[in-house]
Every structure is written in C-alpha cells, then in structure tokens.
Design a protein around this ligand. Structure first.
Ligand code: ADP
Length: 423
C-alpha cells in the first residue's frame, strides 16, 4: 500500500515535470518564432518599400488617393480612395504571405506631418495589444505627396498566432500526456480491483479453513472414542480415518499459518536466538522419519552457534516444508542438509536427487497455489502453498531463498538469513 503511494507520487511528479519542461519548450518555441516573425517582417518591409518606390498601377492610384487628385478618373475621389485601400491591402497581404506571414493585419499610410492618411479597410481597436512596424517609404509616393510618408503595418494577438504555428507540436504532446495519464489511472484501478479480489478470496479461504477445523476436531475425537470398543478386524479402517484426518488437519494448519503471516504481520516477532539447537532437532526428527521411509538423509552443521533474529516456529516450519518437498519430489530420496556461515549470513541448504524443476517454473513455484503441471508431479499431493510460505517467512527474517535445480538430477534449495554479530 505504502509502496503504491510512492509510485503514485513519483508518477505525478514526473507528469508535472513533463508539463513544466513542455511549458519551457513552448516559451523557447514562441521566442524563436517571434525572432523568425520579425525577420520575415523585415524582409517583407524591404520588398514592399522597393515595390512602392517606383511608379506603377498601384502607386499611381494610391498617389491620387493621398493627394485627393481625381483628374484622369471618371470616379469620385472617395471611390478612388476606397479602391486604393483594397488594392494596397491585397498587395501587402501578398507580400507578407510570400515571406511566410499569414496572419490578420491592418495598415495606415500616413504623412509624417499627419496631413493625410489612408487606412486599411479593417482597423484594429487601439486598446488591443498591437505590434506596429513602420516603413519609411521612398521614391514615387513621398515625391508625389511632397511629404515624408510612412506605411505602418499593425498586427494583433501575435502570441496566439505564434502558438497556433506551434500547435502541430503542442497538441499532440498534450494528447500523448493525456493518454499516459488515462492509462495510468486505468492501470491503478485494475490493480486496486485485483487486490480487492485477492483479499476477499484470501479471507474467504481463511474463514473456510477455520470452519473446517471444528469438524476435523470432532472426527478426531469421535474416532478416538470409537477405538476402545471396536473389534480388531475393523481397527485398520479406523486407522485410515485417523491418518486422513491428521493429514487434513496439517493442510488446514498450513493454510492458516500462511494467512496469519499475510494478514497479521505484527504477530511476527523476531527474537535473538541461537538457531543451532532447533536445527539439530529438526534434523534428528527428519532422520527418524527417514529411517522409517527408506530415505537417505544426512546433515552437516558448521561449528559454533547460529545467532539470528528469528521467529522460531515459522522458521522451523519453513525448513520442514523444504525437507518435505525434497522427499515428496524424489523417487529414492537422497537428501542432504548443510548449514554454514558465510559473509555474515547463515546458509541452510537442502539438496535432493529428485525430479528437479525447469527454468520456466523456477520463479513461479514461489507463488501461492502454484504447482508444476506435470503428470508425474500430480501424483504427489499438495496445494502449492509450501514454498510461498517459505518465501514469506524468509522475507520476514530479512533473508533470501535460492533454488538451483537440474531436471532429472535434483534440486538444492538454499535459504540465507542474516547473522547477528557476536561481540
Ligand atoms: P506443493 O508441494 O504443495 O505442491 P510447494 O509450494 O511446496 O507446493 O511447491 C510448489 C511446486 O514446486 C511443487 O508443486 C513442485 O512441482 C515444485 N517443487 C518444490 N520443491 C521441489 C523439489 N525439491 N523438487 C522438485 N520440484 C519441487
């Protein structure tokens, strides 16, 4: 749960960082585009200036308009001025487009002493944030008017124009970020949902196993009471009942232990212990069992104490589980237990000469309920809980489990538990 929050925080920070970088890039992009825009205006201005310097159809008409001269025309001076306004606008627009500027603009053609002005048909509100580029005209027009003449180009909302030019980049990048966020949220939701399912399944299994305990206990008790009055011919039947209930009981305990580990982690109390005597006891018990069941079992424990922080019962169970597996998955078991100290760690390794585990299954067998799907193996009963229990217990001891295995040769399971420094 905690780790999940950390991931979420990291994700949010990463996304915010990405937004910030994006914003910075955008700013750089806009200022570069501004520089480019001004450069283009510069070139366009020069071209406009040159084109308006000579006498041609346009300058002739504009010249008439600014000097209020309607000779040579059948039109009124107002119509001449109107026509020249549109004519000039089209010409400027054409020149700007040639230089890569395709945005709304207006213009004013004015005398420096304000004695005349020809304004573009569209005019911007002066309260708007306008960008003005004055062009000092030369040649035909100032000469005709007999005055210094300026052509002022005006642009508004230049930033939104520049942004619109960058839209090709910003919109897709925002879109991709949005996709990432949506997928992340979807991912979190499905993890959360999955966790809920797992938790309910686990608590269901735990409740169920608890419920199973009572009938098993009753069967056990009843069979004990039956034993006294039963005639000898039926005793083997009773023995089967007792053996099977005992097995069932063990399975139930296994499930419950694992459940306890997962749901009540605080119950796990590590205490400073010399684990050697416990290990010897496990080995001696298993040796006795081995003698009865045709198993060759040897063990070798390094000299000295094995001082570790341990919850003894769980660690004992874990080792018993590994020994149990070694015997279960071997035909004529030769099992060795070896315990040694190496680099501040206690190493307990259990080897067998059994069927082995292939590479594909090696990581999976630590998962709860996982069993290798192999016809041979399924002759052996189990619920796939043993190794997940081992892993959980060893993890709680701040240790590790390692499996080396060769199919058909055997398996070595090693657990590493940190040793306490002896002073
Ligand atoms: P279970 O033994 O109840 O099936 P475990 O979690 O103890 O569950 O083991 C999971 C699987 O790992 C087993 O089904 C078995 O296929 C494989 N396995 C475990 N130990 C060994 C071993 N020593 N040799 C071969 N296979 C093993």
């Amino acid at each position: 749960m905690k780790r999940r929050s950390v991931y979420i925080v990291i994700f949010i920070v990463a996304i915010l960082g990405l937004f910030f970088i994006q914003y910075k890039y955008l700013k750089i992009g806009v200022s570069l585009a501004t520089v480019q825009f001004k450069k283009n205006i510069d070139v366009a201005s020069k071209n406009i200036k040159n084109d308006l310097a000579d006498e041609n159809q346009l300058t002739f008409l504009v010249g008439k308009a600014i000097t209020n001269d309607d000779t040579n025309f059948k039109l009124s001076i107002d119509s001449i001025q109107d026509a020249s306004k549109y004519f000039l606008k089209d010409f400027i627009s054409y020149r700007l487009k040639l230089n890569g500027i395709d945005t709304d603009f207006s213009y004013r053609l004015i005398a420096k002493d304000s004695s005349f002005s020809l304004k573009s048909p569209n005019q911007f509100n002066t309260s708007e944030n306008l960008l003005t580029f004055p062009i000092q005209l030369k040649g035909y027009l100032p000469e005709t008017a007999g005055k210094d003449t300026l052509l002022e180009l005006q642009f508004k909302n230049i930033n939104s124009y520049l942004l619109s030019q960058l839209n090709g980049l910003t919109i897709p990048s925002l879109l991709f970020m949005l996709i990432i966020i949506i997928i992340f949220i979807w991912f979190l939701r499905s993890i959360y949902w999955q966790r809920q399912v797992i938790t309910t399944t686990n608590s269901f299994i735990n409740n169920l196993t608890h419920e199973l305990k009572t009938p098993v206990f009753s069967i056990n008790l009843a069979s004990k009471m039956l034993e006294k009055d039963l005639d000898t011919t039926k005793k083997p039947l009773l023995k089967i009942i007792r053996q099977q209930t005992e097995r069932l009981n063990k399975h139930i305990d296994k499930v419950l232990e694992l459940g306890k580990l997962e749901f009540q982690p605080k119950l796990f109390n590590l205490k400073k212990t010399d684990f050697k005597p416990n290990l010897i006891e496990i080995c001696q018990n298993f040796e006795t069992l081995s003698n009865l069941n045709n198993i060759t079992f040897t063990y070798n424990l390094e000299e000295g104490s094995f001082l570790i922080k341990s919850e003894i019962n769980h660690l004992e169970n874990a080792i018993s589980n590994i020994l149990d597996n070694a015997q279960k998955y071997s035909e004529n078991p030769i099992i060795k237990l070896n315990a040694s100290k190496h680099k501040n760690q206690l190493l307990i390794s259990i080897s067998d000469n059994g069927v082995g585990i292939n590479k594909k299954d090696k990581d999976l067998i630590f998962k709860k309920y996982y069993r290798v799907s192999n016809e041979d193996v399924h002759k052996v009963k189990g619920y796939g809980l043993g190794l997940s229990y081992v892993k959980e217990v060893v993890k709680k001891h701040k240790g590790k489990v390692k499996i080396d295995s060769n199919v058909g040769v055997g398996t070595i399971v090693t657990i590493f538990i940190p040793l306490i420094h002896e002073k």
